[in-house]
Unconditional design. Structure first.
Length: 389
């Protein structure tokens, strides 16, 4: 089964299950996957991914916003859900109502949470050098005070490694200092007589580059979806991950142009010879980077590359199919995924766009239909018409 709409995402749940097994093989026995499903599960579909992860034994999730956490609960997702970002005080009731855990982003925020009136489950974040969220590790007295707040049910404590994806020695040294500083905080907590909550440090790259860290959770995002952030990283690590997502669209029109005719907005492209073009039903509103215009990007049709001509539009793009035989209205163009023996990955697309796969995937538009594949069977799951569990 393929999508019947203008453009769609195909989700291979067999590959997701495979990735879970691969990633678990890197973790110590007592360490569990905390699946990072923020940003619509990196464009894959928040509920679709979380449901499948639940079916495969994943019981810990982290999201960026309280709204994402609420949506997971409304659709029946079981287990722990941690909010990584800031939740406004006026929305704190959602934490208790939907059994969500909130990150303590600093000491002042801890005081705000403690004053809410009801007991709130939290994870404390410690800033060891990322300088984003978290109470600075040097403020150890503030961190210890947080443990004394009566309305905070402290379930975990964590940090973020900011350079663990790099093999530069200076970055390795920085990573080690972050780890040492964090463990110093943990030792001080224990010396003060507090029970140590669940600990998590590693992200996807941390799992591979620092497997020596024995934690309770590993926050795994991009690797869960079958790749690392760049083409080179995915190739060099070579751990057998399989992409879960493919993006496809329809050929809506095929035209033959004479030499000297222009294509698309701004008269940016002029044909130099007789040429055949195809209009593809996907554009930058669907998450296709506009910077791939003008021959930088390409799609796959009938197993061959068809390069973009002119500017990518909001809902459409035009490609050169002069050298591809028998292209017809209704044919499938592959934007990410396989066509015959050819393949274009999210990492390759990101490289051409000057970014990382995380951004390409998380920007995929919500109007793309999702087709789920499992055990040689497929079914459609349009996010706009989900049924509550």
């Amino acid at each position: 089964m393929t999508g019947t709409g203008r453009a769609w995402i195909e989700l291979d749940m067999n590959n997701l299950r495979h990735n879970i097994k691969v990633l678990k093989s890197f973790l110590p026995d007592r360490c569990s996957i905390m699946a990072v499903v923020k940003a619509n599960a990196y464009g894959h579909g928040l509920v679709e991914m979380a449901r499948e992860l639940n079916k495969n034994g994943i019981r810990s999730f982290c999201v960026a916003t309280v709204q994402e956490g609420v949506e997971l609960r409304k659709y029946g997702i079981q287990g722990e859900i941690l909010i990584l970002g800031y939740t406004h005080p006026e929305q704190l009731q959602l934490l208790t109502r939907y059994r969500l855990m909130q990150t303590v982003i600093d000491y002042e925020y801890a005081k705000t949470l403690n004053c809410y009136g009801s007991r709130i489950a939290v994870h404390i974040k410690v800033d060891t050098g990322m300088h984003r969220l978290g109470e600075p590790w040097v403020n150890i007295d503030n961190i210890l005070r947080i443990f004394k707040f009566k309305n905070l049910d402290i379930k975990g404590i964590y940090m973020h490694l900011s350079a663990v994806d790099s093999d530069r020695q200076a970055n390795k040294n920085f990573t080690q200092k972050q780890i040492d500083d964090f463990y110093y905080v943990l030792s001080r907590i224990q010396k003060q007589g507090f029970a140590l909550p669940k600990v998590h440090i590693q992200s996807s790259y941390g799992v591979f580059n620092r497997p020596d860290l024995s934690c309770d959770y590993a926050r795994i995002g991009i690797a869960l979806y079958g790749m690392l952030s760049t083409f080179n990283d995915t190739k060099e690590y070579n751990i057998g991950l399989r992409p879960v997502l493919s993006v496809k669209a329809r050929v809506s029109a095929v035209k033959t142009l004479s030499a000297g005719e222009t294509v698309g907005y701004g008269l940016d492209y002029t044909t130099h010879h007789r040429m055949k073009i195809a209009v593809i039903t996907i554009g930058y509103a669907d998450g296709i980077p506009r910077c791939l215009s003008g021959g930088i990007g390409y799609v796959l049709i009938n197993g061959k590359k068809a390069f973009v001509v002119g500017r990518i539009c909001m809902d459409q793009m035009i490609v050169d199919v002069t050298d591809i035989e028998n292209v017809m209205q209704g044919d499938i163009a592959v934007i990410i995924g396989k066509s015959g023996k050819a393949e274009i990955t999210a990492c390759e697309l990101a490289e051409k766009a000057g970014t990382i796969a995380n951004e390409i995937l998380s920007r995929l538009g919500t109007r793309l239909e999702r087709v789920i594949t499992r055990s040689n069977r497929s079914f459609r799951c349009n996010s706009a018409v989900r049924k509550h569990a």
